[in-house]
Write a protein that binds this ligand. Sequence first.
Ligand code: ADP
Ligand code: MG
Length: 557
Amino acid sequence: MTIRVLATDVVSKIAAGEVIERPASIVKELIENSLDAGATQITIEAQGGGVEMMKVSDNGAGIASSELELAFHRHATSKIGNLEDLEKISSLGFRGEALPSIAAVAEVEILTKTTSGSVGSYLHLTKGEPVRKEHRARPQGTTVIVHRLFRYVPARLKFLRSPNTENGHIAHLASQYALAFPEVRFSLAIDKRRSLHTTGNGELRDVVNELYGPDVAQRMLNIDQKEDLARVTGLTSPPTMTRSNRNHLSFFANRRWVHSPLLTRATEDAYRGLLMDGQHPVAVLSISLPAEELDVNVHPAKAQIKFCHEQTVFRSVQKAIEEVLDRTPIASSKSMPFLPSSQQWQRPRMITDNEPTFVVSQLPALELPVLRILGQLANTYVVAEGPDGLYLIDQHAAHERILYDRVLAQWSRKQVEVQGLLQPVTMEFSPREEETLRAGKQFLAEFGFAIEPFGDRSYLIRTVPSVTVGSNIIEMITALLDTLARKEGLNPREEKMAESLACHGAIRAGQQLGNEEMRELITQLEQTKQPRACPHGRPTMIHLSTRQLEKEFGRLG
Ligand code: ADP
Ligand code: MG
């Protein structure tokens, strides 16, 4: 189809809004254009967090020289022609807004050649207007270079985060498209550093291997189920492989990367009862539906969608995953680098999840009385007697409080106790995690992590803070990077860090403790500033006063 300006009724149907929020939005639009042009190879470069320069090259169909200026007109598109087309969109773009929007906020150069064109055309635009056009050689395909983003929109510039954060967004975005299109060869370089490279051999598992490492790639379970309207394909993790955030859930609807609370819920529902609270699966799921079942014209950024039959889609996804999980014997998951022991995800629910039948007294005093240990309950609670009744102490929460205070105290004295690892742990990070790591390296070092580059997105962990010895290092660092990525700008960061370290280092529920260990735990808890609450604010203990006991037993008149 040739490029033409859309009729006004189509234009008005397309909701107004902003396409470009941050550098990664531009990369998204350019990648989508390349994919729509049938590219099998897409190369992305970013510099200075994308503000300085971004470049996307492809080997797709190219734009005819005669239409090059037109491509930068608002609502000029080759992808749809009328209202009916809008009802069943099969391309990623359709609004004809990306190129003009980009040219409005940055300086743009484009070099493109079609198969039939004898030579390529080059166009340079400043403030949305073409300033130079000429013939230039290049093989078939298109290269778009974007410089000086938001230079004339200082208000926007002000809202951008650090280059590292923006790099993280760009890396995450490129990763998602690489997962959605395993048959396309993607490469991403950030500040001239190779960040991502896929082969384009069509194997999703190979892309997962590149992004999440061989262990994840090997253990992911295949999904391919057709249910009612929707076909669900992709990979999902066994219940023994989890992450502490939802960064590893990717959904594609008719190959479009989408943010969908519905799909997230359907996936997590399938794992219900199999994962510990706060743990999430790893999944890369592609949902294919007839085009008219999907409304992609919900938002200019096109990342939100509406399914016509939400319940049907929900059930299809949930069922597809459940069937695969049902067929997977738990015992087959031998190695579990994400969890230290198989016990962890079968951990019994805490009693405090249920309403106690009696009223628990909340003593205003912060200090603890002297306690005499009576024993351990359910390998999770320390049972103790005090001058005024019975105390049930949550061993994990109590230990968390102790470690939290210790980490913060050591950090503020700049004397964090570190532990060298006899065998350094090798970790491979996703492109996004790598960007967070680079931004947070100094901060992590202050807390005792020595992390060295070790080739392509691989790193060696040489030391960890002593308080976390014995915990799962890979899982802990993944969670810390997630905390750092989300908490940027939020102060105080050190408290979040201490919370996270304490949580990973603390003894788990389900772990048997000897008398000596219990006594030590209580002694240390007594010395903390707030012995009655863990750093997350949950209680470390339940106190049943003698009076309450008397009441419960009907001893009080
Ligand atoms: P849309 O993608 O919604 O059509 P854009 O503003 O992103 O709108 O692009 C306008 C038009 O420019 C597209 O419809 C397409 O014809 C052409 N175009 C843009 N990028 C490329 C590319 N990389 N390869 C080929 N054609 C392109
Ligand atoms: Mg587009």
